[in-house]
Design a protein around this ligand. Structure first.
Ligand SMILES: Nc1ncnc2c1ncn2[C@@H]1O[C@H](COP(=O)(O)OP(=O)(O)OP(=O)(O)O)[C@@H](O)[C@H]1O
Length: 621
């Protein structure tokens, strides 16, 4: 065969497959059809050979330079792990449950694309090299049940709850120090700063930042008895937290959920009576008040204020700046009208100048401002009406039976469109450095072709920055840490908000209310989405991060992890570390390139192992 991988696969078969489990591996058929082999552009990109009684070394496989996934778990492979430095495309490597011996394979640490590495249940020994830290994409590292050693005492320093080898033995503990797990506790060299927290599967149940070690250790050691007073205090405390959380959630949903419910289109189960349809206009135009002027931007069919006043208006929802209506004009034209109410607008000239900037923006991924009306008593903004609702509705509306899940391809398409829209806002008026200021899922709307469009841009200038202590639900979960003290919104704070939006798309969870600001501040029992995701990922529970709705789709783990990495970069604590939106667009495009390609590598969805879900995840995208 002309395939350069051919001879290496056959060499591996002849050296390691004594029981002929790889019977389909023969020269009469295309190697891309062989058992366990998948190809991309006619090169082996994925090799999953699990539980096949393979033995010896897998040295010949290290020449498969296009491999992205290699799983050889549950075989009898032995000897030192061969040099893997040629496998530079490798992203997932599973070698667990074999008989490998010798040192930690140092060559692995040059595989910079790697995000899962499982060497558990082998006979490896020696030190774990600190170069593991070079694997910046690594999300999972499993080394348990080997014979690794060599953590210095300093690696465990200042953790009063840790005792046993290599730190001092525990005083006064009744536990049997010989029980498994008591000594030789393994600290992760990958995340030296990580607290060994117990990670919950839901953001609301994540333990607070300040005391995770103490609580878990107390529980594990089982030695401390809780006094009745402490018990009462805990119960009362829990009840108070519960009441507080319920209140917050109640306020949040009262304000944010109900308007969106009204917005869901055909899928909406709303009663007609719930729609607020005005026979007369909601906008004030009392005779005698000052007459303003409708100002139109290019390419819009003009109409008069009277036309707007005559139009039937349906309330879409109340936002931070006022109320939005859908207005159907007499000629059938449909527009969205935003009535600025609580906005702090300076003079007319200033307003007009700002509107002129916003009105110039035109892009397939933004909701264009078509016109505005300015009078002393009334300020209206007229936008294109987006008939397919908002991302908020698609993600969170109508959860439960009968809901149509938002599939992965659509989520990725929305992410890409929204990124493009935001990049356009950031880049099109370069000297002005325009910011959106209010990126969130209710402001990502879907047009009639299903394209994502960013709405509501540039209005944050009319709203004073919320005070540091504010927990106003307006955009709370999306607010970058540096803006919590009331500092100015910037393009980098938009990038942060966009990162939260990506996490919302990936997790299906609503960004929660952050209850206290400031670096190192407590979170009062509620944890924000970036923080929750970071802690779950750090603790190797990556699969738990993703929206359960996405479990049904096959072959998407790589894209999801890719988007997760972008989201985490966008939500970096320091604004300087966040990418620019133009870079984000490119990164998402790269992921989409994988999705769109017909040779898209087939590897399975959410499981840690690439083979686990092959049969169970039958649904396609
Ligand atoms: N052009 C539009 N077409 C269709 N629906 C829209 C349009 N603009 C806004 N909406 C919807 O109207 C509702 C209210 O929007 P509005 O922008 O006033 O508030 P918000 O997005 O909830 O909060 P904020 O004012 O902080 O942006 C939202 O559900 C939004 O998705």
């Amino acid at each position: 065969s002309s395939n350069p991988d051919f001879e290496h696969l056959l060499a591996f078969k002849s050296s390691s497959d004594a029981s002929n489990k790889l019977a389909t591996w023969n020269s009469s058929s295309d190697l891309c059809t062989w058992f366990g082999v998948s190809c991309t552009r006619n090169r082996v990109s994925r090799l999953v050979l699990e539980n096949l009684d393979l033995h010896g070394s897998f040295e010949p496989l290290t020449a498969l330079t296009q491999l992205r996934v290699l799983s050889l778990k549950r075989n009898r492979l032995s000897g030192p792990i061969p040099d893997l430095s040629n496998l530079t495309a490798l992203k997932l490597l599973f070698l667990s449950y074999n008989d490998f011996s010798g040192d930690f394979p140092a060559s692995v640490t040059s595989l910079f694309r790697l995000y899962r590495l499982d060497l558990s249940y082998n006979n490896l020994s020696g030190h774990i090299p600190s170069t593991v830290n070079h694997l910046t994409h690594l999300l999972t590292l499993r080394l348990e049940v080997n014979r690794f050693a060599g953590f210095p005492e300093s690696a465990f320093a200042q953790n009063p709850g840790l005792c046993g080898s290599p730190v001092l033995n525990c005083k006064g503990l009744v536990n049997n120090p010989t029980r498994p797990g008591f000594d030789g506790a393994i600290a992760s060299p990958v995340m030296p700063a990580a607290n060994p927290t117990v990670v919950a599967s839901s953001p609301s149940s994540l333990p607070g930042n300040s005391t995770p070690n103490k609580s878990t250790n107390t529980r594990r050691n089982g030695t401390s008895k809780i006094s009745p007073e402490a018990l009462i205090a805990i119960i009362v405390g829990d009840a108070l937290v519960l009441v507080f959380v319920s209140l917050l959630l109640y306020c949040y949903f009262l304000r944010n959920f109900s308007p969106k419910m009204r917005q869901g289109k055909s899928s909406s189960k709303l009663l007609e009576s719930e729609k607020i349809v005005y026979s007369s206009s909601p906008y004030s135009a009392q005779p005698g008040t000052e007459r303003g002027q409708m100002v139109f931007f290019e390419g819009v069919k003009r109409f008069e204020l009277e036309d707007l006043l005559r139009a039937s208006a349906e309330m879409l929802g109340k936002g931070g700046f006022g109320t939005a209506y859908k207005a159907v004009l007499d000629d059938g034209n449909v527009v969205a009208v935003k009535r600025l109410k609580d906005a702090q607008i300076g003079g007319k000239r200033e307003f007009e100048q700002h509107m002129a900037v916003l009105g110039r923006l035109s892009h397939p991924n933004i909701v264009s401002l078509r016109a505005y009306y300015f009078a002393r008593e009334e300020k209206l903004l007229v936008y294109d009406y987006m008939s397919n609702g908002s991302l908020f509705w698609l993600l969170h509306g109508n959860r439960g039976p009968g809901r149509t899940p938002l599939d992965w391809t659509t989520r990725l398409k929305i992410a890409a469109g929204a990124a493009r829209g935001l990049a356009c806002i950031h880049n099109s008026c370069s000297p002005l450095k325009l910011t959106h200021g209010n990126i969130k899922s209710t402001n990502i709307l879907l047009d009639k072709t299903g394209n994502a469009r960013v709405s509501d841009f540039g209005l944050s200038v009319f709203v004073p920055p919320p005070p540091a202590t504010s927990s106003a639900p307006r955009s709370c979960g999306y607010r970058a840490p540096e803006t919590l003290d009331g500092r100015k919104l910037t393009q980098k704070s938009d990038v942060y908000a966009f990162g939260v939006l990506l996490l919302e798309l990936l997790t299906g969870k609503c960004p929660s209310v952050v209850d206290s600001g400031g670096p190192g501040g407590g979170y009062g029992g509620l944890v924000d989405l970036p923080r929750w995701v970071q802690s779950v990922v750090r603790e190797e529970w990556t699969a738990e991060v993703f929206d359960l709705e996405l479990m049904r789709y096959k072959d998407i783990e790589e894209e999801m992890v890719g988007l997760l990495q972008i989201a985490m970069a966008c939500t970096a604590a320091s604004p300087d570390q966040r990418p620019r939106m133009s870079q984000v667009v490119k990164m998402i495009d790269e992921i989409q390139g994988v999705v769109g390609s017909p040779s898209h590598e087939a590897f399975d969805s959410m499981s840690e192992s690439p083979s686990l879900s092959e049969d169970t995840c039958g649904a396609s995208q």
